[in-house]
Design a protein around this ligand. Structure first.
Ligand code: NAI
Length: 274
């Protein structure tokens, strides 16, 4: 159902690779709510994914940009304003990648060149994006900037590897830059900490099937889906949440405040009896 919550609002959406991507579902929902946007992804993702299909469906243009390149980001911000005919109201950063995870390196056996690449793509790219928006004065007052995080930033999930550190860094950047964006430009900056979700990035994590099933059993409302996340983002881009800023917002069915659930306890006891 559409409520026209984003009528007249313009923005940039990073990270739609295929129809499972959180950014893909978000783009579809923003379009339904009347928002206009440009889509962007790394040049290599253009060849791997189906972003063109999404662009056609939502009437969006695509501007390739490697989110670690300041030059690409400056070009993206300028072109987006040209195409959309003015300043922006929303930006979604939906990007994550760890080379150590991809290569199967254990947390205690890191290759630090990979570590550096991973934090640049997953965390510093958020700073670079905001710096480009800030310097070019590209955001309208009461605009909203979001990135996506995971609870491994606060609690230990051993197989999440160095992505845990990258997410902690990302959340800190949201707060630190959010202060300046709030003070100087009246723009809010937040992260959503999302349940495990079956996407390309999600499934790259070792033991993901166990991860997602465990989180589902622990959460009183069950895991939040990609569509639940898209809906939450719509509210955070709308004028209904104008003074929510510097927050890490859990969209996780209650997981983050649980100790143990009845189902998880029963499964554990059953396993012990064997
Ligand atoms: P996805 O694989 O569909 O999206 C990740 C995107 O990052 C892809 O579109 C990829 O092309 C893009 N990307 C990678 N390197 C890039 C670069 N250098 N420049 C520009 N774009 C680049 O997966 P998903 O799950 O939709 O990921 C979106 C965000 O949600 C990520 O930040 C992820 O960490 C986060 N998240 C995902 C969860 C999950 O279980 N899937 C749970 C919590 C957070």
């Amino acid at each position: 159902m559409s409520y026209n919550l984003l009528k007249g609002k313009k923005g940039i959406i990073f990270g739609a690779l295929d129809e499972n991507s959180i950014a893909w579902k978000t783009a579809e929902r923003i379009h339904e709510e009347g928002g206009e946007f440009v889509l962007t992804n790394a040049p290599i993702a253009m060849r791997m994914g189906n972003i063109k299909e999404l662009a056609e469906k939502t009437g969006a243009e695509i501007i390739p940009a490697d989110a670690t390149s300041v030059e690409d980001l400056d070009n993206l911000v300028e072109k987006a304003m040209e195409i959309l005919g003015g300043k922006l109201d929303f930006v979604l950063h939906s990007i994550g990648m760890s080379v150590n995870v991809r290569k199967g390196n254990h947390y205690t056996e890191m290759n630090y060149d990979y570590t550096t690449k991973g934090w640049d793509v997953s965390a510093v790219s958020f700073h670079k994006t905001m710096q480009s928006l800030y310097k070019k004065d590209a955001m309208n007052e009461w605009g909203s900037i979001m990135a996506l995080s995971y609870i491994a930033a606060q609690k230990v999930f051993p197989d999440y590897n160095d992505m845990a550190d990258n997410k902690a860094y990302l959340e800190s950047i949201a707060r630190s830059f959010g202060y300046f964006f709030g003070k100087e430009k009246k723009v809010r900056v937040n992260t959503i900490s999302q349940s495990p979700t079956p996407t390309t990035a999600g499934q790259g994590v070792k033991g993901f099937d166990g991860f997602i099933a465990y989180a589902d059993e622990m959460s009183p409302l069950g895991n939040a889906t990609g569509m639940d996340c898209a809906n939450y983002i719509v509210t955070l881009f709308s004028d209904l949440t104008k003074r929510v800023t510097l927050q890490n917002l859990y969209n996780d069915g209650g997981f983050s405040n649980m100790g143990v659930s009845q189902q998880v306890m029963e499964a554990f006891v059953k396993g012990q009896e064997k």
